[in-house]
Design a protein around this ligand. Sequence first.
Ligand SMILES: NC(=O)c1ccc[n+]([C@@H]2O[C@H](COP(=O)([O-])OP(=O)(O)OC[C@H]3O[C@@H](n4cnc5c(N)ncnc54)[C@H](OP(=O)(O)O)[C@@H]3O)[C@@H](O)[C@H]2O)c1
Length: 223
Amino acid sequence: MSDKSVLLLGATGLVGGECLKLLLSVGDYQRIIVPVRSPLPMAVQDPRLEVHPVDFEQLDSFAGLFAVNHIISCLGTTIGKAGSRERFRRVDFTYAYETASGAAENGASHLLLVTALGADASSRIFYNRVKGELEQAVRGLPFQSVSIFRPSLILGDRRESRMGESIGKTLSGLLGFAVPDRYKPVAAGDLARAILAIARESRPGFRIIESDAIRRIARNIAV
Ligand SMILES: NC(=O)c1ccc[n+]([C@@H]2O[C@H](COP(=O)([O-])OP(=O)(O)OC[C@H]3O[C@@H](n4cnc5c(N)ncnc54)[C@H](OP(=O)(O)O)[C@@H]3O)[C@@H](O)[C@H]2O)c1
C-alpha cells in the first residue's frame, strides 16, 4: 500500500463520482481528499476518504487540503446551470485553476485535469475558449506532470438530464460508423480508469489525451 495522497475535485459529479468509486476500490492512495459544496450522493465508510465541505469562493481558507501528491480535477458546470457566462467561467476556469495552483504551491507533482474536446484558448466558441484558457493557465504551474483529458461527450448515469447530451448520444448512435474515434462518446468509467492509469505512470511533462486514447488506455489498465 502506498502512502500517496490525492485531491479529487468534482466527486459529486459524473466523472468525479466514477473516479471516487475507482480510487476507493484500489490501493493507490492512502488519503483521498474530497472538497465538496454539496454532500456525496452515497455514504462511504473508508478511513482513506476525507470529505470537506468547502466554500469555493474562499479557497484560501482551505489551504491545508492542498498538500497532496496528485490532484484530479473534474469540476465543471454548464452555462444553463450556472446562470450566466460569468458564473460558468468562475467554476470551469477560476475554481479549477485556483485548486490546481493551490496544489502546485503545496508541492503536488501531478495534475490530472478534465477539460473537453475542442478546448482552444483562441476559439470563437465560449465553452471551448474557457477550457483552452484553463489548459494554457495550468501549463504555467510548477507541476512535474500535467495530464489533460479532453473527452468528447461523456456517457454515464447522471442524476439530471441534459438536452445537448441526449442529442449527442442519439446522433452518435445513428452515425457511429461515420464518426472518427476521437469524436465518439466515452464512458465516464473509462475516463476514470484512464485517469488512474496515467496517474500511475506519472511521466514528467505535459500531455493531452483525447477520447480514442482514453478508451484505449482504459482497456489496458489492471484494477
Ligand atoms: N458531460 C460531458 O459530456 C462532458 C464532455 C466533455 C467535457 N466535460 C467536462 O468534464 C468535466 C466533468 O464533467 P461531468 O459531466 O462529470 O460534470 P458534472 O457531473 O456536472 O459534475 C461537476 C462537478 O463540479 C461541481 N460544481 C459545479 N458547479 C460548482 C460550483 N459552483 N461550486 C463548486 N463545485 C461545483 C459539481 O458539484 P455539485 O454536485 O455540488 O454541483 C460536481 O461535483 C467538466 O469539466 C466538464 O466540462 C463534460
